[in-house]
Write a protein that binds this ligand. Structure first.
Ligand code: GRF
Length: 332
């Protein structure tokens, strides 16, 4: 129809399901909860759980219609208590755990179940001052700033990748309490933002491109070159190199963020798209010459598999002197 605009299909991304663990006031939990009520929030709180049945945050969550779970840790072996907490989290079908003032150390086993899916907020500028009494220690050290960090939880206490920080100036005469109160303002800003960005990474073209770039440029003699305004990756010299991958962010009204790589034949391409439409699509233009689109903005993308596709596509266009080396290495 003349003059008709093509409206790109809406991204219907389900919201990430978060279980929040608290031990006390739960003001960070409340910050996450009210942030989740914003219309564009990429996460929802599906459970608030505590090791202290009298934690004030539980009542707040219940009043807001959020499921709660409480189990006192006293008198229970650590592993037993944790297993019951985790069972409640699994029953709530949570995708991520956000620790928010949860005062129990989590065992390595549980941490490993939630690797990359458990975040914590810690009231210091990590790696400074892991553990307790962070504000008093920052003041005693004469630091100009205290602050807050949100990090991934790993086996080692407060040592996982830092996802975001805010520094808070220490004022003359500050005590641990006065500083803690100001740091809380920063905490309430930081945690919802970092959590939102983190759970959205799989739909964030910049993040996806960064991962592709890392894999593509790890292959021999590769460089990045844009083509028709999109990032692409070539093998060979700057002058005569050939493209082996193209990054496509929602091109031509397609809702996918995709990576285009070469298949072996049209048959293979058609077969992939037909049998695994959740993972592959036939891209405009490139599809006609046997390139397939790998869908990157979907849950559970297997990045090893993306790496294998990149290598295969690289081999298909790399000069023989390079593929020979690669083949020799394979035989070795
Ligand atoms: C916060 O300072 C948080 O950084 C720390 O424990 C405190 C919890 O406060 N881990 P609240 O329960 O969220 O109000």
């Amino acid at each position: 129809m003349p003059g008709r605009r093509t409206i790109p299909p809406e991204r219907t991304v389900p919201r990430a399901r978060i279980a929040v663990l608290i031990s006390g006031t739960g003001s960070n939990m409340a910050a996450l909860l009210y942030a989740s009520r914003l219309s564009d929030a990429p996460f929802e709180i599906v459970l608030v759980a505590s090791n202290d049945p009298s934690a004030p945050g539980l009542a707040l969550a219940a009043a807001e219609g959020i499921a709660t779970f409480a189990l006192a840790h006293k008198g229970l072996p650590r592993a037993e208590h944790e297993a019951q907490m985790e069972a409640a989290i699994l029953a709530a079908d949570a995708d991520y755990i956000a620790l928010a003032g949860y005062m129990r150390v989590i065992t390595a086993e549980t941490v490993s179940h939630w690797s990359g899916r458990m975040l914590n907020i810690h009231p210091s500028l990590l790696p400074k001052y892991t553990g307790l009494d962070t504000h008093a220690r920052a003041i005693a050290a004469g630091d100009s700033h205290g602050g807050v960090s949100v990090h991934l939880v790993t086996e080692e206490l407060d040592a996982g990748e830092v996802l975001g920080q805010i520094a808070v100036a220490i004022q003359p005469g500050d005590t641990a309490d006065t500083l803690a109160r100001r740091v809380l303002f920063a905490e309430h800003q930081l945690y919802p933002r970092v959590l939102a960005d983190y759970v959205s990474r799989g739909n964030n073209p910049e993040h996806l491109l960064a991962r592709v770039r890392e894999l593509a440029l790890a292959l021999p003699e590769t460089h990045e070159r844009s083509s028709h305004g999109s990032p692409g990756f070539r093998v060979g010299s700057e002058k005569s190199g050939k493209f082996f991958a193209h990054f496509a962010d929602q091109h031509h009204g397609v809702e996918h963020i995709g990576l285009l790589v070469k298949t072996g034949s049209m048959d293979e391409l058609e077969n992939l798209v037909e049998t695994q439409p959740q993972a592959y699509y036939k891209p405009a233009y490139y599809g006609a010459s046997g390139w397939v689109g790998l869908i990157l903005n979907r849950p559970g993308v297997d990045w090893n598999h993306i790496g294998e596709w990149l290598e295969r596509s690289w081999r298909a266009v790399a000069p023989p002197r390079l593929t020979k080396l690669m083949n020799a290495a394979d035989d070795f």
